[in-house]
Design a protein around this ligand. Structure first.
Ligand code: NAP
Length: 287
């Protein structure tokens, strides 16, 4: 499905009743998506409400979307892959990545799945560097890593995968046609940019880094997909090693902004959304 098809299929926003959007996952309490989305709709003058909803199984999310006429849904851990069989249509990029983070409930009652994480990572990265012709060492082989590798390949970059579990990392490397190394080999790896897609650095592993500080001098840029905390232990170590650091906030804002575009057909205020998220994260840091 081409991007322009998304805008053609975009729902028409009515004045009343308010359009309902929701995040489905487990857990969802930590997410800043409701804050960011609701602030964006208010700023855009769209009569809409975005809430988070913790579910046990993917079909519960699907039932709620249909029964409550939810127009658009975000999908997060652990349902991004499990939700796919329940959808009427899945965008090619989401099918290749193997994960859907966005559902559009269209005017005909059909559920259409998209992945905006890969666009989020591309736009987030390209605020700091041009992806084309650069090399990237990716830590992890889960859903976020798949979106990152897909995005880098789309933009002409060269990814390499490092993972704790060999079989998972090797399978993913084979699928995307890129090299694999076990995570323990990190000190022998050189690339322009290192990207962490593991959850090491966020609660309950806040304060930890997925790799030793010594390995960081092999990279000019270091990005963490984690956005809360804003400055993970990895990014603190990378700053100390003289690397340019990139937090996960850009990725988070852009993946959410792309969802809003799919659901409303309108361009959201990305800088404002970033400001709202940064303010909240800054307040938390100070607590
Ligand atoms: P996932 O599918 O569960 O994959 C996690 C990966 O991390 C796996 O490859 C796993 O390795 C590895 N890992 C987990 N714990 C590890 C440890 N202690 N040491 C080394 N490796 C470890 O998770 P995901 O959906 O990809 O999400 C990963 C992270 O990305 C989360 O922190 C999430 O918040 C973040 N994310 C951010 C955004 C954003 O917008 N900024 C968007 C999506 C995701 P094994 O294969 O060995 O288990």
């Amino acid at each position: 499905m081409m991007p322009d098809e998304r805008s053609r299929s975009a729902i028409t926003m009515k004045e009343s009743p308010p359009a309902i959007f929701a995040l489905f996952g487990n857990p969802v309490g930590h997410s800043l998506s409701p804050l960011m989305h609701n602030a964006a709709y208010k700023k855009m003058g769209i009569n809409a409400s975005y809430c988070s909803c913790c579910v046990e199984r993917p079909h519960e999310a699907i039932e709620k979307i249909k029964k409550r006429s939810i127009r658009g849904a975000s999908v997060t851990i652990p349902f991004k892959t499990a939700v796919i069989p329940y959808l009427d249509e899945v965008q090619d990029s989401a099918r290749t990545i193997g994960a859907v983070n966005t559902i559009l409930h269209d005017d005909k009652g059909r559920l259409r799945g998209y992945n905006t994480d890969w666009i989020g990572i591309v736009l987030g990265l390209e605020e700091s560097l041009k992806i084309q012709d650069k090399t990237f060492a990716i830590l992890g082989a889960g859903g976020a890593a798949r979106a990152v590798v897909f995005g880098i390949l789309q933009k002409g970059g060269t990814p390499l995968i490092l993972n704790r579990t060999t079989t998972r990392g090797e399978e993913m490397a084979l699928e995307f046609g890129c090299p694999f190394h076990h995570l323990s080999e990190i000190e022998a790896i050189r690339a322009d940019c290192l990207i962490n897609t593991t959850p090491v650095g966020m609660a309950p592993e806040e304060g930890k880094s997925p790799i030793a500080t010594e390995a960081l001098t092999n990279f000019r840029w270091v990005m963490d997909c984690i956005y809360n905390p804003l400055k993970t232990r990895l990014l603190q170590d990378a700053e100390g090693a003289g690397c340019t650091t990139i937090s996960g906030v850009g990725m988070f804002v852009h993946q959410g902004a792309e969802q809003i575009k799919i659901w409303t057909g309108k361009e959201p205020p990305r800088d404002f959304m970033r400001q709202v998220v940064l303010e909240r994260l800054g307040a938390q840091d100070g607590d």
